[in-house]
Ligand binder design. Structure first.
Ligand code: FES
Length: 187
């Protein structure tokens, strides 16, 4: 078949436009189908934007524990009494199952002395813990002498350090600081 120049041009334009349209429609369909999967794979916004939480400490009397929710994670804030601090400080490092402080405010190699577990040296009474058992993540129960995880029987002392049971690590301490009468968790 012999085509003149105009016909060749028409066919060329038609093919280009048709191909473009086809690709656009296909891309759109793929996008619509894949969008829910893509959004699920994206990191949680709470991880991308760590939020700060400010807690008024005035209402937590000595010996009491407040449980709060921070970015979907349960957190214990304990106002330790002098005798609780004393008994936690009497425990030797050699008696501990996990000798690392697990304190996000300090170097990873910091040892689990009680002084390295409290928020800072000037307020040794305040203890902030991520309330997730280091065994399988249950929320331990508050006890007079520490925390007890009823799931499989792990016991943590008043410093949140694992004393016995299957849990391998001390309860983690999140980024936090004490300012006037407030505890600021996160950064
Ligand atoms: S989850 Fe706490 S002891 Fe198993």
């Amino acid at each position: 078949m012999h085509l003149n120049l105009a016909q060749v041009m028409n066919r060329f334009i038609y093919n280009k436009v048709f191909q473009k349209k086809t690709w656009m429609v296909l891309s759109l369909c793929c996008g619509l189908v894949l969008w829910p999967t893509i959004t699920q794979l994206l990191p949680d916004k709470r991880i991308l934007k760590p939020s700060k939480l400010k807690i008024n400490l005035r209402y937590i009397s000595p010996g009491k524990v407040l449980t709060i929710n921070w970015r979907g994670i349960p957190i214990f804030i304990k106002n330790r009494t002098k005798s609780e601090i004393r008994s936690s400080r009497s425990i030797k490092l050699s008696e501990l199952k996990d000798i690392l402080a697990r304190n996000d405010n300090l170097d990873v190699k910091t040892l689990a002395f009680d002084r390295n577990r409290c928020v800072d040296k000037s307020c040794a009474n305040w203890l902030v813990l991520i309330a997730s058992c280091s065994h399988l993540g249950c929320v331990p129960e508050v006890k007079d002498n520490g925390w007890y995880c009823t799931c499989h029987g792990s016991f943590y002392d008043n410093s949140g350090r694992i004393i016995h049971g299957p849990a391998p690590y001390n309860l983690r301490i999140p980024i936090c600081k004490c300012k006037s009468n407030f505890m600021i968790i996160g950064k």
